[in-house]
Design a protein around this ligand. Structure first.
Ligand code: MG
Ligand code: MG
Length: 633
Protein backbone atom coordinates (compact mmCIF):
# COMPACT_ATOMS: atom_id res chain seq x y z
CA UNK A 1 0.00 0.00 0.00
CA UNK A 2 1.17 3.51 -0.73
CA UNK A 3 0.89 6.32 1.78
CA UNK A 4 -0.44 9.83 1.28
CA UNK A 5 -1.57 12.77 3.38
CA UNK A 6 -4.07 15.53 2.73
CA UNK A 7 -2.85 19.13 2.58
CA UNK A 8 -5.67 20.05 4.97
CA UNK A 9 -3.86 18.26 7.84
CA UNK A 10 -1.06 20.81 8.01
CA UNK A 11 -0.45 24.45 8.82
CA UNK A 12 1.06 26.93 6.38
CA UNK A 13 0.54 27.82 2.75
CA UNK A 14 0.49 25.22 0.00
CA UNK A 15 4.16 25.17 -0.96
CA UNK A 16 5.20 24.90 2.71
CA UNK A 17 2.76 22.06 3.24
CA UNK A 18 4.06 20.21 0.18
CA UNK A 19 7.66 20.59 1.33
CA UNK A 20 6.78 19.24 4.78
CA UNK A 21 4.92 16.30 3.23
CA UNK A 22 7.86 15.39 0.99
CA UNK A 23 10.37 15.85 3.83
CA UNK A 24 8.39 13.38 5.95
CA UNK A 25 8.84 10.73 3.26
CA UNK A 26 5.37 10.67 1.71
CA UNK A 27 4.99 10.03 -2.01
CA UNK A 28 1.34 11.03 -2.35
CA UNK A 29 -0.71 14.07 -1.42
CA UNK A 30 -4.45 14.83 -1.42
CA UNK A 31 -4.89 18.36 -2.66
CA UNK A 32 -7.64 20.35 -0.99
CA UNK A 33 -9.26 22.91 -3.22
CA UNK A 34 -8.99 25.65 -0.56
CA UNK A 35 -5.23 25.20 -0.40
CA UNK A 36 -5.10 25.72 -4.16
CA UNK A 37 -7.43 28.75 -4.08
CA UNK A 38 -5.38 30.46 -1.38
CA UNK A 39 -2.10 29.81 -3.21
CA UNK A 40 -0.72 32.61 -5.37
CA UNK A 41 0.54 30.37 -8.21
CA UNK A 42 -1.39 28.62 -10.99
CA UNK A 43 -2.37 24.93 -10.93
CA UNK A 44 0.51 24.37 -13.36
CA UNK A 45 2.89 25.95 -10.81
CA UNK A 46 1.55 23.54 -8.19
CA UNK A 47 2.18 20.65 -10.56
CA UNK A 48 5.80 21.75 -11.02
CA UNK A 49 6.34 22.02 -7.25
CA UNK A 50 4.69 18.66 -6.61
CA UNK A 51 6.74 16.90 -9.29
CA UNK A 52 9.91 18.64 -8.16
CA UNK A 53 9.39 17.22 -4.69
CA UNK A 54 8.83 13.70 -6.04
CA UNK A 55 5.17 13.73 -5.03
CA UNK A 56 1.97 12.68 -6.83
CA UNK A 57 -1.42 14.31 -6.32
CA UNK A 58 -3.57 11.27 -5.50
CA UNK A 59 -6.86 13.16 -5.47
CA UNK A 60 -8.35 16.62 -5.82
CA UNK A 61 -11.15 17.30 -3.35
CA UNK A 62 -13.82 17.98 -2.29
CA UNK A 63 -16.58 18.09 -4.89
CA UNK A 64 -19.70 18.74 -2.84
CA UNK A 65 -23.48 18.60 -3.18
CA UNK A 66 -23.51 16.52 -6.32
CA UNK A 67 -25.89 13.55 -6.34
CA UNK A 68 -29.69 13.67 -6.17
CA UNK A 69 -30.11 17.37 -7.03
CA UNK A 70 -33.37 18.54 -8.65
CA UNK A 71 -33.50 18.40 -12.45
CA UNK A 72 -33.22 22.18 -12.95
CA UNK A 73 -29.90 22.23 -11.01
CA UNK A 74 -28.24 19.23 -12.65
CA UNK A 75 -26.75 20.91 -15.71
CA UNK A 76 -24.99 23.57 -13.62
CA UNK A 77 -23.50 20.89 -11.41
CA UNK A 78 -22.03 19.08 -14.39
CA UNK A 79 -20.61 22.38 -15.64
CA UNK A 80 -19.02 22.81 -12.22
CA UNK A 81 -17.51 19.32 -12.56
CA UNK A 82 -16.09 20.21 -15.99
CA UNK A 83 -14.34 23.20 -14.44
CA UNK A 84 -12.75 20.89 -11.84
CA UNK A 85 -11.62 18.54 -14.60
CA UNK A 86 -9.86 21.43 -16.37
CA UNK A 87 -8.02 22.26 -13.12
CA UNK A 88 -7.10 18.58 -12.75
CA UNK A 89 -5.62 18.58 -16.27
CA UNK A 90 -3.31 21.38 -15.21
CA UNK A 91 -2.53 19.73 -11.87
CA UNK A 92 -1.79 16.35 -13.40
CA UNK A 93 -4.26 14.62 -11.08
CA UNK A 94 -6.69 11.97 -12.31
CA UNK A 95 -9.05 11.37 -9.35
CA UNK A 96 -11.85 13.71 -8.29
CA UNK A 97 -13.33 13.06 -4.88
CA UNK A 98 -17.08 13.53 -4.45
CA UNK A 99 -18.57 13.67 -0.92
CA UNK A 100 -22.18 12.63 -0.45
CA UNK A 101 -24.69 15.45 -0.68
CA UNK A 102 -25.56 17.47 2.46
CA UNK A 103 -27.85 19.96 0.68
CA UNK A 104 -31.46 20.10 1.93
CA UNK A 105 -32.48 20.42 -1.73
CA UNK A 106 -31.17 16.98 -2.58
CA UNK A 107 -33.49 14.05 -3.13
CA UNK A 108 -32.77 10.53 -1.89
CA UNK A 109 -32.81 7.23 -3.73
CA UNK A 110 -29.88 4.98 -4.58
CA UNK A 111 -30.91 4.64 -8.24
CA UNK A 112 -31.01 8.37 -8.69
CA UNK A 113 -27.54 8.76 -7.12
CA UNK A 114 -26.28 5.89 -9.30
CA UNK A 115 -27.62 7.57 -12.45
CA UNK A 116 -25.91 10.85 -11.52
CA UNK A 117 -22.64 9.04 -10.83
CA UNK A 118 -22.88 7.17 -14.16
CA UNK A 119 -23.34 10.47 -16.02
CA UNK A 120 -20.35 11.98 -14.15
CA UNK A 121 -18.34 8.85 -14.98
CA UNK A 122 -18.99 9.43 -18.71
CA UNK A 123 -17.70 12.99 -18.48
CA UNK A 124 -14.68 12.01 -16.33
CA UNK A 125 -13.74 9.17 -18.68
CA UNK A 126 -13.69 11.61 -21.61
CA UNK A 127 -10.73 13.29 -19.83
CA UNK A 128 -9.18 9.98 -18.81
CA UNK A 129 -10.17 10.73 -15.19
CA UNK A 130 -11.85 8.79 -12.41
CA UNK A 131 -14.29 9.80 -9.65
CA UNK A 132 -14.33 8.47 -6.09
CA UNK A 133 -17.55 8.69 -4.06
CA UNK A 134 -17.50 8.99 -0.26
CA UNK A 135 -20.36 8.78 2.26
CA UNK A 136 -20.06 11.65 4.75
CA UNK A 137 -21.34 10.59 8.16
CA UNK A 138 -23.66 13.62 8.08
CA UNK A 139 -24.77 13.22 4.43
CA UNK A 140 -28.45 14.09 3.84
CA UNK A 141 -29.38 10.77 2.25
CA UNK A 142 -26.16 8.79 1.90
CA UNK A 143 -24.24 8.61 5.18
CA UNK A 144 -23.37 4.91 5.24
CA UNK A 145 -20.54 3.40 3.16
CA UNK A 146 -22.85 0.51 2.25
CA UNK A 147 -25.25 2.90 0.50
CA UNK A 148 -22.35 4.70 -1.18
CA UNK A 149 -21.05 1.33 -2.40
CA UNK A 150 -24.52 0.36 -3.67
CA UNK A 151 -24.74 3.65 -5.61
CA UNK A 152 -21.26 3.04 -7.09
CA UNK A 153 -22.13 -0.57 -7.92
CA UNK A 154 -25.36 0.40 -9.69
CA UNK A 155 -23.60 3.28 -11.50
CA UNK A 156 -21.69 0.44 -13.18
CA UNK A 157 -19.02 2.63 -14.74
CA UNK A 158 -15.29 1.89 -14.84
CA UNK A 159 -14.50 5.54 -13.97
CA UNK A 160 -16.67 5.48 -10.82
CA UNK A 161 -15.35 3.96 -7.59
CA UNK A 162 -15.73 4.10 -3.83
CA UNK A 163 -13.81 6.13 -1.22
CA UNK A 164 -13.72 4.61 2.26
CA UNK A 165 -13.06 7.03 5.12
CA UNK A 166 -12.45 5.33 8.47
CA UNK A 167 -13.80 8.28 10.45
CA UNK A 168 -17.22 8.36 8.78
CA UNK A 169 -17.57 4.59 9.10
CA UNK A 170 -16.28 4.14 12.66
CA UNK A 171 -17.87 7.28 14.10
CA UNK A 172 -21.30 5.86 13.25
CA UNK A 173 -20.21 2.40 14.42
CA UNK A 174 -21.29 1.02 11.02
CA UNK A 175 -20.86 -2.74 10.71
CA UNK A 176 -17.55 -3.47 8.95
CA UNK A 177 -18.50 -6.86 7.50
CA UNK A 178 -19.74 -5.47 4.17
CA UNK A 179 -16.29 -3.96 3.45
CA UNK A 180 -14.87 -7.45 3.07
CA UNK A 181 -16.93 -8.22 -0.03
CA UNK A 182 -16.16 -5.02 -1.98
CA UNK A 183 -13.94 -5.83 -5.00
CA UNK A 184 -10.60 -4.10 -4.31
CA UNK A 185 -10.42 -2.49 -7.77
CA UNK A 186 -13.70 -0.66 -7.00
CA UNK A 187 -12.09 1.08 -4.00
CA UNK A 188 -10.37 4.15 -5.47
CA UNK A 189 -9.04 5.60 -2.22
CA UNK A 190 -8.93 4.84 1.52
CA UNK A 191 -8.78 7.77 3.92
CA UNK A 192 -7.66 7.14 7.47
CA UNK A 193 -8.36 9.08 10.61
CA UNK A 194 -8.69 8.21 14.26
CA UNK A 195 -10.50 10.31 16.89
CA UNK A 196 -11.16 10.33 20.61
CA UNK A 197 -14.60 9.04 21.63
CA UNK A 198 -16.68 12.18 22.07
CA UNK A 199 -20.38 12.71 22.40
CA UNK A 200 -21.04 15.38 19.76
CA UNK A 201 -22.46 15.81 16.28
CA UNK A 202 -20.48 14.07 13.51
CA UNK A 203 -19.63 17.29 11.67
CA UNK A 204 -17.98 19.08 14.63
CA UNK A 205 -16.29 15.89 15.78
CA UNK A 206 -14.86 15.30 12.30
CA UNK A 207 -13.80 18.90 11.62
CA UNK A 208 -11.92 19.52 14.88
CA UNK A 209 -10.97 16.30 16.65
CA UNK A 210 -9.68 13.85 14.08
CA UNK A 211 -6.24 12.47 14.88
CA UNK A 212 -3.67 10.15 13.37
CA UNK A 213 -4.20 6.39 13.62
CA UNK A 214 -3.33 5.20 17.12
CA UNK A 215 -3.86 8.59 18.76
CA UNK A 216 -7.60 8.14 19.31
CA UNK A 217 -10.10 5.50 20.33
CA UNK A 218 -11.75 4.40 17.06
CA UNK A 219 -11.69 0.73 16.00
CA UNK A 220 -9.03 1.25 13.31
CA UNK A 221 -7.46 -2.21 13.65
CA UNK A 222 -10.83 -3.80 12.85
CA UNK A 223 -11.28 -1.41 9.91
CA UNK A 224 -7.81 -2.27 8.57
CA UNK A 225 -8.42 -6.00 8.94
CA UNK A 226 -11.66 -5.72 6.93
CA UNK A 227 -9.82 -3.70 4.28
CA UNK A 228 -6.99 -6.22 4.21
CA UNK A 229 -9.54 -8.99 3.59
CA UNK A 230 -10.58 -7.31 0.30
CA UNK A 231 -7.03 -7.53 -1.06
CA UNK A 232 -6.89 -3.73 -1.49
CA UNK A 233 -3.36 -2.54 -2.13
CA UNK A 234 -4.00 1.05 -3.20
CA UNK A 235 -3.46 4.31 -1.36
CA UNK A 236 -3.85 4.86 2.38
CA UNK A 237 -4.25 8.57 2.87
CA UNK A 238 -4.41 10.55 6.09
CA UNK A 239 -7.23 13.06 6.11
CA UNK A 240 -7.08 14.75 9.52
CA UNK A 241 -8.95 17.88 10.49
CA UNK A 242 -7.47 18.86 13.85
CA UNK A 243 -7.14 22.36 15.29
CA UNK A 244 -3.86 21.57 17.06
CA UNK A 245 -2.29 20.06 13.94
CA UNK A 246 -3.23 23.14 11.93
CA UNK A 247 -1.52 25.39 14.45
CA UNK A 248 1.56 23.16 14.92
CA UNK A 249 4.74 22.79 12.89
CA UNK A 250 3.86 21.37 9.47
CA UNK A 251 7.10 19.38 9.38
CA UNK A 252 6.56 17.75 12.76
CA UNK A 253 2.90 16.97 12.09
CA UNK A 254 3.78 15.40 8.72
CA UNK A 255 6.41 13.18 10.37
CA UNK A 256 3.91 12.16 13.06
CA UNK A 257 1.48 11.26 10.30
CA UNK A 258 3.95 9.09 8.45
CA UNK A 259 5.04 7.44 11.72
CA UNK A 260 1.42 6.60 12.53
CA UNK A 261 0.94 4.90 9.13
CA UNK A 262 4.19 2.93 9.35
CA UNK A 263 3.21 1.77 12.84
CA UNK A 264 -0.39 0.98 11.89
CA UNK A 265 0.55 -1.04 8.78
CA UNK A 266 3.14 -2.97 10.74
CA UNK A 267 0.62 -3.86 13.42
CA UNK A 268 -1.81 -4.98 10.74
CA UNK A 269 0.87 -7.14 9.19
CA UNK A 270 1.59 -8.69 12.60
CA UNK A 271 -2.13 -9.38 13.23
CA UNK A 272 -3.09 -10.73 9.82
CA UNK A 273 0.19 -12.11 8.47
CA UNK A 274 -0.32 -9.91 5.42
CA UNK A 275 2.62 -8.99 3.23
CA UNK A 276 2.84 -5.32 2.30
CA UNK A 277 4.63 -4.69 -0.96
CA UNK A 278 7.79 -2.63 -0.73
CA UNK A 279 8.20 -2.80 3.05
CA UNK A 280 9.78 -5.24 5.45
CA UNK A 281 8.51 -5.87 8.99
CA UNK A 282 9.76 -3.56 11.73
CA UNK A 283 11.72 -5.04 14.60
CA UNK A 284 9.27 -5.72 17.46
CA UNK A 285 8.23 -2.93 19.80
CA UNK A 286 11.07 -2.46 22.25
CA UNK A 287 10.60 -3.95 25.70
CA UNK A 288 11.80 -1.78 28.54
CA UNK A 289 13.11 -3.48 31.67
CA UNK A 290 13.17 -0.35 33.82
CA UNK A 291 14.64 3.11 34.29
CA UNK A 292 18.42 2.85 34.60
CA UNK A 293 19.11 6.52 35.33
CA UNK A 294 17.75 10.03 35.31
CA UNK A 295 20.15 12.88 34.55
CA UNK A 296 19.84 16.40 35.93
CA UNK A 297 21.48 19.36 34.17
CA UNK A 298 22.40 22.10 36.62
CA UNK A 299 25.04 24.64 37.51
CA UNK A 300 27.57 24.23 40.33
CA UNK A 301 25.78 26.79 42.50
CA UNK A 302 22.48 24.85 42.46
CA UNK A 303 23.81 21.28 42.63
CA UNK A 304 24.63 21.23 46.39
CA UNK A 305 20.99 22.01 47.29
CA UNK A 306 19.67 19.18 45.10
CA UNK A 307 22.34 16.86 46.51
CA UNK A 308 21.25 17.75 50.00
CA UNK A 309 17.62 16.93 49.08
CA UNK A 310 18.67 13.62 47.52
CA UNK A 311 20.72 12.76 50.58
CA UNK A 312 17.66 13.51 52.70
CA UNK A 313 15.62 11.15 50.51
CA UNK A 314 18.13 8.43 51.38
CA UNK A 315 20.33 8.50 48.28
CA UNK A 316 24.08 8.05 48.63
CA UNK A 317 26.78 9.62 46.54
CA UNK A 318 27.94 6.49 44.75
CA UNK A 319 30.43 7.61 42.12
CA UNK A 320 32.24 10.43 40.38
CA UNK A 321 32.72 10.44 36.64
CA UNK A 322 36.37 9.79 35.74
CA UNK A 323 36.71 12.82 33.47
CA UNK A 324 33.59 14.97 33.88
CA UNK A 325 31.84 16.96 36.55
CA UNK A 326 29.15 14.32 36.87
CA UNK A 327 28.06 12.57 40.08
CA UNK A 328 26.01 9.41 40.47
CA UNK A 329 23.57 9.17 43.37
CA UNK A 330 22.11 5.77 44.12
CA UNK A 331 19.47 4.10 46.23
CA UNK A 332 18.17 0.57 45.55
CA UNK A 333 17.80 0.29 41.78
CA UNK A 334 17.57 4.07 41.27
CA UNK A 335 20.44 6.06 39.78
CA UNK A 336 20.28 9.85 39.64
CA UNK A 337 23.06 11.62 37.76
CA UNK A 338 23.90 15.24 38.42
CA UNK A 339 25.73 16.86 35.54
CA UNK A 340 27.39 20.25 36.18
CA UNK A 341 29.72 20.19 33.16
CA UNK A 342 30.48 23.53 31.51
CA UNK A 343 30.22 22.15 27.99
CA UNK A 344 28.38 19.43 26.10
CA UNK A 345 24.74 18.49 25.85
CA UNK A 346 23.74 18.80 29.52
CA UNK A 347 25.34 22.25 29.80
CA UNK A 348 23.56 23.49 26.67
CA UNK A 349 20.32 22.09 28.05
CA UNK A 350 20.89 23.84 31.37
CA UNK A 351 21.60 27.14 29.66
CA UNK A 352 18.30 26.90 27.75
CA UNK A 353 16.03 25.34 30.34
CA UNK A 354 17.67 26.05 33.71
CA UNK A 355 17.78 23.38 36.41
CA UNK A 356 16.07 20.43 34.75
CA UNK A 357 16.08 16.78 33.80
CA UNK A 358 18.00 16.55 30.54
CA UNK A 359 18.07 12.79 29.95
CA UNK A 360 16.49 9.51 30.90
CA UNK A 361 18.37 6.23 30.54
CA UNK A 362 16.11 3.25 29.88
CA UNK A 363 17.21 -0.33 30.45
CA UNK A 364 16.06 -2.11 27.30
CA UNK A 365 15.86 -5.80 26.57
CA UNK A 366 17.70 -5.11 23.30
CA UNK A 367 19.08 -1.60 22.75
CA UNK A 368 20.31 -2.23 19.18
CA UNK A 369 16.89 -3.41 18.02
CA UNK A 370 15.26 -0.45 19.74
CA UNK A 371 17.50 1.96 17.81
CA UNK A 372 16.71 0.15 14.56
CA UNK A 373 12.97 0.37 15.22
CA UNK A 374 13.33 4.07 16.09
CA UNK A 375 15.06 4.66 12.78
CA UNK A 376 12.30 2.85 10.84
CA UNK A 377 9.75 5.03 12.66
CA UNK A 378 11.56 8.19 11.45
CA UNK A 379 12.97 8.91 14.93
CA UNK A 380 16.46 10.29 14.36
CA UNK A 381 19.34 8.99 16.50
CA UNK A 382 21.25 11.48 18.65
CA UNK A 383 25.04 11.43 18.60
CA UNK A 384 27.60 13.46 20.51
CA UNK A 385 31.39 13.17 20.75
CA UNK A 386 32.47 10.37 23.08
CA UNK A 387 35.49 11.06 25.29
CA UNK A 388 38.36 8.63 25.90
CA UNK A 389 37.30 5.75 28.17
CA UNK A 390 33.59 6.53 27.65
CA UNK A 391 30.98 4.26 26.17
CA UNK A 392 28.82 5.33 23.28
CA UNK A 393 25.28 4.93 24.56
CA UNK A 394 22.65 4.96 21.80
CA UNK A 395 20.15 7.77 22.21
CA UNK A 396 17.27 9.56 20.53
CA UNK A 397 15.72 12.98 21.13
CA UNK A 398 12.86 12.83 23.58
CA UNK A 399 10.37 15.39 24.85
CA UNK A 400 11.44 19.03 24.79
CA UNK A 401 14.83 18.26 23.24
CA UNK A 402 15.88 16.01 26.13
CA UNK A 403 17.56 12.66 25.47
CA UNK A 404 16.40 9.08 25.85
CA UNK A 405 19.36 6.73 26.27
CA UNK A 406 19.07 3.00 25.73
CA UNK A 407 21.11 0.74 27.99
CA UNK A 408 21.23 -2.96 27.35
CA UNK A 409 22.07 -5.47 30.09
CA UNK A 410 23.64 -7.88 27.58
CA UNK A 411 26.13 -5.37 26.23
CA UNK A 412 29.10 -3.43 27.55
CA UNK A 413 26.67 -0.61 28.33
CA UNK A 414 25.47 -2.51 31.41
CA UNK A 415 28.85 -1.74 32.99
CA UNK A 416 28.66 2.03 32.43
CA UNK A 417 28.85 2.79 36.17
CA UNK A 418 32.04 0.70 36.56
CA UNK A 419 33.63 1.87 33.33
CA UNK A 420 33.01 5.61 33.61
CA UNK A 421 32.72 6.25 37.37
CA UNK A 422 35.07 6.03 40.34
CA UNK A 423 33.22 4.68 43.38
CA UNK A 424 32.84 6.93 46.46
CA UNK A 425 33.69 5.43 49.82
CA UNK A 426 31.85 7.86 52.14
CA UNK A 427 28.39 6.29 51.77
CA UNK A 428 26.02 6.71 54.74
CA UNK A 429 23.69 3.69 54.54
CA UNK A 430 21.89 4.59 57.79
CA UNK A 431 20.08 7.40 55.94
CA UNK A 432 18.61 5.01 53.30
CA UNK A 433 14.82 5.29 53.02
CA UNK A 434 14.06 2.06 51.17
CA UNK A 435 13.31 3.68 47.79
CA UNK A 436 13.72 0.83 45.31
CA UNK A 437 12.91 1.77 41.71
CA UNK A 438 11.50 4.53 39.54
CA UNK A 439 7.73 3.90 39.61
CA UNK A 440 6.79 6.50 37.02
CA UNK A 441 7.96 9.64 35.30
CA UNK A 442 5.59 12.53 34.77
CA UNK A 443 6.12 14.89 31.84
CA UNK A 444 4.44 18.23 31.20
CA UNK A 445 4.00 19.44 27.68
CA UNK A 446 2.14 21.87 25.51
CA UNK A 447 -1.35 20.72 24.70
CA UNK A 448 -0.61 20.25 21.01
CA UNK A 449 2.34 17.97 21.83
CA UNK A 450 0.31 15.42 23.76
CA UNK A 451 -0.70 13.40 20.69
CA UNK A 452 2.85 13.53 19.30
CA UNK A 453 4.37 11.98 22.41
CA UNK A 454 1.55 9.49 22.83
CA UNK A 455 2.33 8.18 19.35
CA UNK A 456 6.10 8.35 19.92
CA UNK A 457 6.01 6.22 23.08
CA UNK A 458 3.41 3.69 21.95
CA UNK A 459 4.95 3.13 18.51
CA UNK A 460 8.54 2.73 19.72
CA UNK A 461 8.05 0.89 23.00
CA UNK A 462 5.86 -2.00 24.05
CA UNK A 463 3.48 0.26 25.99
CA UNK A 464 -0.25 0.70 26.09
CA UNK A 465 -2.17 3.87 26.83
CA UNK A 466 -4.76 4.51 29.51
CA UNK A 467 -7.86 6.61 28.78
CA UNK A 468 -7.31 10.37 28.88
CA UNK A 469 -8.32 11.97 32.19
CA UNK A 470 -9.17 15.55 33.02
CA UNK A 471 -7.48 16.59 36.26
CA UNK A 472 -8.55 19.72 38.06
CA UNK A 473 -5.68 22.06 38.88
CA UNK A 474 -6.87 25.03 40.99
CA UNK A 475 -5.98 27.25 38.01
CA UNK A 476 -7.44 25.19 35.15
CA UNK A 477 -7.92 21.81 33.57
CA UNK A 478 -5.01 19.43 32.90
CA UNK A 479 -5.35 16.55 30.44
CA UNK A 480 -3.48 13.50 31.66
CA UNK A 481 -2.76 10.23 29.90
CA UNK A 482 -0.44 7.41 30.92
CA UNK A 483 1.59 5.08 28.71
CA UNK A 484 2.82 1.98 30.50
CA UNK A 485 4.18 -1.50 30.00
CA UNK A 486 2.09 -4.49 31.12
CA UNK A 487 4.57 -5.32 33.89
CA UNK A 488 4.91 -1.70 35.06
CA UNK A 489 8.65 -1.54 34.27
CA UNK A 490 8.06 1.74 32.42
CA UNK A 491 5.24 4.15 33.19
CA UNK A 492 5.15 7.68 31.82
CA UNK A 493 2.39 10.15 32.66
CA UNK A 494 1.82 12.82 29.99
CA UNK A 495 0.20 16.04 31.20
CA UNK A 496 -0.96 18.95 29.10
CA UNK A 497 -2.95 22.04 29.82
CA UNK A 498 -4.43 24.80 27.71
CA UNK A 499 -4.74 27.20 30.63
CA UNK A 500 -1.55 29.20 31.10
CA UNK A 501 -2.00 29.32 34.88
CA UNK A 502 -2.00 25.62 35.80
CA UNK A 503 1.14 24.25 37.43
CA UNK A 504 1.68 22.11 34.37
CA UNK A 505 1.72 25.27 32.21
CA UNK A 506 3.78 27.31 34.65
CA UNK A 507 6.36 24.56 34.48
CA UNK A 508 6.45 24.98 30.70
CA UNK A 509 6.94 28.72 30.82
CA UNK A 510 9.54 28.59 33.58
CA UNK A 511 11.45 25.72 32.00
CA UNK A 512 11.19 27.23 28.49
CA UNK A 513 9.62 24.07 27.18
CA UNK A 514 8.27 20.64 27.89
CA UNK A 515 9.96 18.17 30.17
CA UNK A 516 9.94 15.99 33.27
CA UNK A 517 8.00 17.62 36.08
CA UNK A 518 8.05 14.84 38.61
CA UNK A 519 9.59 11.48 39.33
CA UNK A 520 7.89 8.89 41.52
CA UNK A 521 10.02 6.40 43.45
CA UNK A 522 8.53 3.09 44.55
CA UNK A 523 9.04 1.75 48.05
CA UNK A 524 7.82 -1.40 49.79
CA UNK A 525 7.03 0.52 53.00
CA UNK A 526 5.90 4.10 52.61
CA UNK A 527 5.53 4.79 56.33
CA UNK A 528 9.11 3.69 57.07
CA UNK A 529 10.30 5.70 54.06
CA UNK A 530 8.47 8.88 55.07
CA UNK A 531 9.65 8.62 58.67
CA UNK A 532 13.26 8.09 57.61
CA UNK A 533 13.07 11.01 55.19
CA UNK A 534 11.61 13.27 57.87
CA UNK A 535 14.35 12.17 60.29
CA UNK A 536 16.86 13.05 57.55
CA UNK A 537 15.48 16.59 57.69
CA UNK A 538 13.32 16.75 54.55
CA UNK A 539 9.92 18.45 54.78
CA UNK A 540 7.22 16.77 52.71
CA UNK A 541 4.21 18.45 51.08
CA UNK A 542 1.59 19.25 53.73
CA UNK A 543 -1.82 17.71 53.01
CA UNK A 544 -4.86 19.49 54.55
CA UNK A 545 -6.74 17.79 57.42
CA UNK A 546 -10.01 18.00 55.45
CA UNK A 547 -8.65 15.40 53.07
CA UNK A 548 -8.40 12.87 55.89
CA UNK A 549 -11.88 13.73 57.20
CA UNK A 550 -13.23 13.01 53.73
CA UNK A 551 -11.21 9.80 53.51
CA UNK A 552 -12.69 8.70 56.81
CA UNK A 553 -16.21 9.31 55.47
CA UNK A 554 -15.48 7.49 52.16
CA UNK A 555 -13.66 4.40 53.47
CA UNK A 556 -13.74 1.92 56.33
CA UNK A 557 -10.11 2.53 57.26
CA UNK A 558 -9.33 2.08 60.98
CA UNK A 559 -8.94 5.37 62.90
CA UNK A 560 -5.33 4.58 63.90
CA UNK A 561 -4.49 3.96 60.25
CA UNK A 562 -6.07 7.24 59.20
CA UNK A 563 -4.11 9.02 61.94
CA UNK A 564 -0.94 7.55 60.57
CA UNK A 565 -1.72 8.69 57.01
CA UNK A 566 -2.50 12.16 58.34
CA UNK A 567 0.62 12.39 60.50
CA UNK A 568 2.80 11.38 57.57
CA UNK A 569 0.98 13.46 54.90
CA UNK A 570 0.35 10.29 52.90
CA UNK A 571 -2.43 10.24 50.30
CA UNK A 572 -4.43 7.06 49.86
CA UNK A 573 -6.45 5.52 47.04
CA UNK A 574 -8.17 2.15 46.80
CA UNK A 575 -9.16 0.38 43.60
CA UNK A 576 -10.82 -3.00 44.18
CA UNK A 577 -8.33 -4.91 46.28
CA UNK A 578 -5.45 -2.65 45.24
CA UNK A 579 -4.18 0.18 47.43
CA UNK A 580 -1.95 3.15 46.59
CA UNK A 581 -0.01 5.39 48.96
CA UNK A 582 1.59 8.68 47.90
CA UNK A 583 3.73 11.34 49.52
CA UNK A 584 5.40 14.34 47.86
CA UNK A 585 8.46 16.48 48.38
CA UNK A 586 8.18 20.25 48.07
CA UNK A 587 8.93 21.51 44.58
CA UNK A 588 12.65 22.09 43.95
CA UNK A 589 13.27 25.66 42.72
CA UNK A 590 9.75 25.73 41.27
CA UNK A 591 10.87 23.15 38.71
CA UNK A 592 10.34 19.52 39.65
CA UNK A 593 9.42 17.41 42.63
CA UNK A 594 9.66 13.84 43.81
CA UNK A 595 6.91 11.48 44.84
CA UNK A 596 7.19 8.40 47.00
CA UNK A 597 4.64 5.70 46.27
CA UNK A 598 3.75 2.26 47.51
CA UNK A 599 1.52 -0.08 45.52
CA UNK A 600 -0.27 -2.91 47.29
CA UNK A 601 -2.51 -5.71 46.02
CA UNK A 602 -1.74 -5.22 42.31
CA UNK A 603 -2.88 -1.56 42.20
CA UNK A 604 -2.30 -0.26 38.62
CA UNK A 605 -3.40 3.37 38.76
CA UNK A 606 -1.80 6.70 39.66
CA UNK A 607 -4.02 8.06 42.43
CA UNK A 608 -6.31 10.01 40.09
CA UNK A 609 -8.76 10.78 42.91
CA UNK A 610 -5.93 12.52 44.80
CA UNK A 611 -4.52 14.56 41.93
CA UNK A 612 -6.64 17.61 42.63
CA UNK A 613 -5.74 17.54 46.35
CA UNK A 614 -2.04 17.33 45.53
CA UNK A 615 -2.21 20.11 42.90
CA UNK A 616 -4.06 22.39 45.31
CA UNK A 617 -1.59 21.67 48.13
CA UNK A 618 1.27 22.47 45.75
CA UNK A 619 -0.40 25.65 44.54
CA UNK A 620 -0.89 26.91 48.10
CA UNK A 621 2.68 25.92 49.02
CA UNK A 622 3.92 27.83 45.97
CA UNK A 623 1.83 30.88 46.90
CA UNK A 624 3.11 30.91 50.46
CA UNK A 625 6.68 30.58 49.20
CA UNK A 626 6.10 33.49 46.80
CA UNK A 627 4.63 35.47 49.72
CA UNK A 628 7.62 34.67 51.88
CA UNK A 629 10.05 35.75 49.18
CA UNK A 630 8.10 38.99 48.68
CA UNK A 631 8.14 39.66 52.46
CA UNK A 632 11.91 39.10 52.59
CA UNK A 633 12.62 41.53 49.77
MG1 MG B 1 -12.91 11.85 3.86
MG1 MG C 1 2.28 10.76 40.50
Amino acid sequence: MQTAIATVCLSGVLDEKLEAIAAAGFKGVELFENDLLSFSGTPADVRRIVEGLGLTIVTFQPFRDFEGMPENRRERIFQRAERKFRVMEELGCDLLMVCSNVSPESVGGIDRAAADLHALGERAAAHGFRVGFEALSWGSHIHDYRDAWEAVRRADHAAIGLVLDSFHILARKTDLKAIRSIPPDRIFLVQLADAPLLDMDYLSWSRHYRSFPGQGDLALPEFMDALQATGYDGILSLEIFNDEFRSGSARNVAVDGHRSLIFMMDQMRARTGATIAGTKPLPPRARCLGTEFIEFAMDERTAPRLESLLSGLGFVEAGHHRSKSVTRWNQGGINLVINTEKEGFAHAFNVTHGTSICAIGLRMEDAATCVERADRLLIAPFRQPVGPGELEIPAVRGLGGSLLYFIDPRSELARVWDVEFDPVKNAKPERAAGLATVDHISQSMHYEELLTWLLFYTSLFDLSKTPQLDVLDPDGLVKSQVVQSADGALRIALNASQSSRTQSSKFLSEAFGSGVQHIAFATGDIFAAVERIRANGVELLDIPENYYDDLEAKTDLAPEFLDRLKADNVLYERDGTGEYFQAYTRTFDGRFFFEIVERRGGYRGFGASNAQIRLTAQASAARSEDGLRAALR
